[in-house]
Design a protein around this ligand. Structure first.
Ligand code: ZN
Length: 299
């Protein structure tokens, strides 16, 4: 107890000085969607004022910017985007807003996964949902920390230390996810979700995901695709069937009814929940999703 107090004392002064410097004017940062906004807040702390474009429970694939979004983008010192084709509306918004700050692409440091052939609409593109692998999330955090430090050099040390602490939490969470998935017999690690947002999760953690909607939420699945999934569900005895917070539930509910399976709950894929919901930040999203997936896969 005493030892902890003694250690804290010499740290307090520089911390207060940094906070005073930041209090003058937090740096305006725009994040394209809610998961990136959380990462920027985790790394930026009080030095940044984050505005999110596609907010909690919003579908970033189909986001439609409003005039207030253009104004926020114009005033931002830094815009953080996912890249990999996740925000097809962003280039136009940046141009029309006359954005002059930096644009950081959070996925820049990762090796993208090709989209599955079944992902209709964009079958030759790259899968944008890289944050569903926590190790990619850690790479996002490194990219964001470097971008914040470049835009606000006075805060570089602060960003670095916050990013280091955050990275340690994400690394521990990755270990927890692996241990949870390992508790499910391999043959039962199969899940059906609304759209194909979990390809990176599947590759990282050894779970097979099947989706009627493909990788983008913009196109509806054909009757033949739904029929094929119903047969798969029955043949393989899949019991884990999930809705997603930002996708249209109609197709998946029809699929569940035809296959005689109960929907197991709602996963958070491309957007966080609001502050009072079960997935208000990136870490909570993984705990929520894995906490639902594991018992549902066991059946
Ligand atoms: Zn998506």
């Amino acid at each position: 107890m005493h030892r902890r107090l003694l250690l804290a004392a010499p740290l307090a002064l520089p911390f207060l000085a940094r906070r005073a410097a930041a209090q003058g004017a937090p740096m305006p940062v725009v994040a394209s969607f809610s998961i990136l906004a959380d990462m920027v807040r985790q790394v930026g702390g009080e030095r940044v004022a984050v505005r999110v474009l596609a907010g909690p429970d919003a579908d970033a694939h189909a986001f439609q910017p409003r005039p207030a979004d253009a104004a926020a983008v114009r005033d931002a010192r830094l815009v953080v985007a996912n890249g990999l084709g996740f925000e097809p509306w962003l280039d136009r918004l940046l141009r029309s807003a006359g954005q002059r700050g930096t644009v950081a692409v959070a996925s820049a440091g990762i090796r993208p996964r090709a989209m599955a052939e079944e992902g209709h609409g964009h079958s030759h593109g790259q899968d944008p949902h890289a944050w569903q692998d926590l190790n990619h999330g850690r790479a996002y955090v490194r990219t964001i920390a470097a971008a914040l430090a470049a835009a606000d050099p006075a805060g570089a040390e602060d960003y670095r230390s916050r990013a280091t602490a955050y990275d340690a939490r994400l690394a521990a969470l990755d270990g927890w996810v692996r241990a949870q998935i390992a508790s499910v017999p391999e043959a039962r690690r199969k899940v059906v979700t609304s759209h194909d947002a979990f390809g990176y999760f599947a590759a990282a953690y050894g779970v097979q995901f099947l989706a009627p909607q493909g990788v983008s939420t913009e196109s509806e699945p054909s009757a033949a695709q739904v029929g094929r999934l119903v047969r798969l569900l029955k043949q393989q005895g899949i019991t884990a069937l999930f809705l997603e917070n930002m996708a249209n539930p109609a197709t998946l509910k029809r699929l569940a009814a035809e296959a005689g399976v109960t929907v197991s709950g709602q996963l958070y894929a491309d957007a966080l929940s609001g502050p009072g919901g079960p997935a208000p930040d990136y870490e909570a999203m993984f705990r929520h999703n894995v906490g639902l997936l594991v018992p549902a896969m066991r059946g």
